[in-house]
Structure formats: structure tokens, C-alpha cells
Ligand binder design. Structure first.
Ligand code: GLO
Ligand code: MG
Length: 349
């Protein structure tokens, strides 16, 4: 399917408008009801929303299947009335006491069963909301100390869980969102390469792909645009979480382009050049407001990130690629470097 170049649909999740708590301090902004977040999304020019299962059904573990279905139906009606499309649902597998030591790779069979069950509930919610995409961020599938788990076994446990979900609902697609660390010390599916490899191990590789998050690539010491290109080469880049990250610190979820504009430019470029979005893929943002923001200006990180993406898109489409090709041919990469910097800074070259 042809996609007009330069056209994108944007999405974010309700957790991206948050109350500002961090590990060292409590919330500093009043909570905002989901429907208001949807209205904000629409106002800021977003067409889609991403959800955790318990963004849709709060306190999901205390509710019966019929109660879950009833509440999910209410959210579906809300989405429709706000004119928004659900991009994906992700089971929140890192919050409940059952997942303290991992979800699909927990050392306890009873707790692994909880994680599988919770995920199939998320699939039921997807069906009610009307999306076939499930994102799994394998937050606690790793170790705090190496000796606590058997790594090879963990990989196979995750594969088996994925196979169970593929069989549970033949319509769904699974997007693996890798991250190298945090909350665990060392994640077992830590990079896009791991995620792609895992997809090929599944019973139906055509239905298992990836979500690349910029900050997660940087945390792994990798370039996000290269990770995107790698997934694109496998036809497995099915979503992105654009944001930014200052090197190997805690996961910062900074506004897109905030730390490294050139790195952001190359992400937009790789998406644009491969016509990302032609199969309906979304440009998702996974950004966090600074704790210093007051409630009234607590969504600027979202609108700013989208604007930066669009400004960088202008930089991508206005790049003199003939000149670039000439410099590549001459192997004058110093000059190419200078041209790119001048272009990004809006300086005459
Ligand atoms: C955290 C992740 C997280 C996921 C979200 C959807 O580091 O980026 O925000 O993207 O829970 O699965
Ligand atoms: Mg993310």
C-alpha cells in the first residue's frame, strides 16, 4: 500500500501525562481523568492512544471477566466518541506482587501462570477496544543477580509464552519492546537484535515484530536509527516509542530530540526513507514531563516532541541528497559532517 511520504499518525499513552512522582519524591501534579487525556490527545493532533491493560480497567486483578469486559466496552465507547483509535494494549506485567521476580520467567510456576493469564485478559481487552496489536515490554524478565535464574531457560519461557498468546488468538500481532535494564539489572531480551531473534523462534514469526524505543537503544549503547533500520530490514518495525535519553543514565523518556538533535534527525530520516507507516504503523511517543512542570503545562513534552518530529521531517525532505551523494562518492566525510551540521543549524552551507 502506498503511503504519501511525510504523512504520519501519532499516538501516546495515558501514562505519558503523569503526576510527576519519581523514586525520590511523591506526585506533584493532580491526576487527570482518562477522558480528559483523550481530549488533550485530540487537541494536540494525535489520532491514536496506547494503553496498558489497567489503563483501560484499573485494578484489573480484583475484577471478574464480565466486569473487565464491561469496563473495556465503556472505554471503547469513549474512544469512539473522542474520535481516537487504540494503537495497542500492553499487559502491565511489572506492578503486581506476583511479578516481583519476573512474569513469564518467574521461578514459580504459579506466578508464571498468573502472567500468562493476565496477558490473555489483555488480549480480550484488545478485542473489545478493536486493536490486534499487543506490545510486550519485558520489564522484569531478567535478573538482579545472575545466579537467580537460568538465562537459556528464560529465553525459552518467553518464547513459550509468546506461542501461547499466538495460539490464544490467531488475529493478534505481538510487538516486543526491548530494554537492556531498569527495573532489572540485566534484561534477557535487551536489544532489537534479541527481539528479532525471538520472533523467529516463535511459532508464527510473521505475527511477531518489534517496537523500538529511542531511549532503550541509547541505554543499550546503540543508535536508535540503526535499531530502527535493523528492524525495518526484517519488516519487523511495527511501532516506535520516540523520546530521548542522555547516555547511560536512568530511563529518562525526555522529549524527542531534547538531548541529541542529530540522533533524532536520523531517526526521522530512516522512518521517512523506508516509508514507515505504509502498513498503518504509528509514530508513538513515550515521553515524560519534567517533574518541575506545573499541571497547566504538563503536556508540553508531548506537543513539543511532535513538533520536533515535524520540524526534523522538514530537515529530512530539504536535505540536498545530490550533494550528500557527491561527498560520499568523494569519501569526504568531514565535509559531509559539516554539511549535515550546517543543515541542522539552518546555516548557509
Ligand atoms: C518503559 C517502557 C514503557 C512501555 C509501556 C508500554 O521503560 O518504555 O513505558 O513502553 O509500558 O509497554
Ligand atoms: Mg516505551
Amino acid at each position: 500500500m502506498a503511503k504519501p511520504k511525510g504523512q504520519y499518525r501519532f499516538s501516546f499513552g495515558p501514562w505519558n501525562i503523569d503526576e510527576g512522582a519519581d523514586p525520590f519524591g511523591p506526585p506533584v501534579r493532580e491526576p487527570i481523568p482518562l477522558q480528559n487525556k483523550m481530549k488533550t490527545a485530540k487537541k494536540l493532533g494525535f489520532d491514536g492512544m496506547q494503553f496498558h491493560d489497567d489503563d483501560v480497567v484499573p485494578d484489573i486483578d480484583t475484577k471478574s471477566a464480565s466486569q473487565i469486559a464491561k469496563e473495556a466496552t465503556k472505554i471503547k465507547t469513549m474512544l469512539d466518541s473522542e474520535g481516537l483509535v487504540p494503537e495497542f494494549v500492553a499487559p502491565r506485567l511489572w506492578f503486581a506482587p506476583e511479578t516481583i521476580d519476573g512474569a513469564y520467567t518467574n521461578n514459580s510456576a504459579r506466578l508464571r501462570a498468573y502472567a500468562i493469564d493476565r496477558t490473555t485478559q489483555a488480549i480480550d481487552i484488545m478485542n473489545i477496544l478493536g486493536t490486534t496489536s499487543m506490545v510486550i515490554w519485558l520489564a522484569r524478565e531478567g535478573t538482579y543477580i545472575r545466579e537467580s535464574k537460568v538465562a537459556r531457560k528464560q529465553v525459552l519461557q518467553i518464547r513459550d509464552a509468546i506461542n501461547a498468546f499466538l495460539a490464544y488468538d490467531p488475529k493478534i500481532r505481538i510487538l516486543i519492546e526491548p530494554k537492556p535494564n531498569e527495573p532489572v539489572d540485566s534484561a534477557i531480551i535487551s536489544t532489537i537484535g534479541h527481539a528479532v531473534g525471538l520472533s523467529y523462534m516463535s511459532d508464527d514469526p510473521m505475527r511477531v515484530g518489534c517496537l523500538v524505543e529511542s531511549a532503550h537503544s541509547v541505554l543499550a549503547g546503540l543508535d536508535p536509527s540503526d535499531d530502527m533500520a535493523y528492524a525495518l530490514a526484517h519488516d519487523k518495525l511495527w511501532s516506535v516509542h520516540l523520546n530521548d535519553q542522555g547516555n547511560m543514565k536512568f530511563d529518562q523518556d525526555k522529549s524527542f530530540g531534547s538531548y541529541n538533535l542529530r540522533r533524532a534527525f536520523n531517526q526521522v530520516r530512516v522512518l521517512e526513507e523506508y516509508a514507515y507507516g505504509r502498513n498503518g504503523e504509528w509514530v508513538g511517543l513515550d515521553v515524560k514531563a519534567m517533574r518541575t512542570q506545573k499541571k497547566a503545562v504538563g503536556t508540553k513534552h508531548i506537543s513539543n516532541s511532535k513538533q520536533t518530529f515535524l520540524y526534523l521531517l522538514d530537515k529530512v525532505t530539504s536535505l540536498n541528497t545530490d550533494l550528500e551523494a557527491e561527498l560520499i562518492k568523494a569519501r569526504d566525510y568531514e565535509e559531509l559532517d559539516r554539511y549535515i551540521l550546517c543543515h541542522l543549524m539552518g546555516k548557509k552551507y
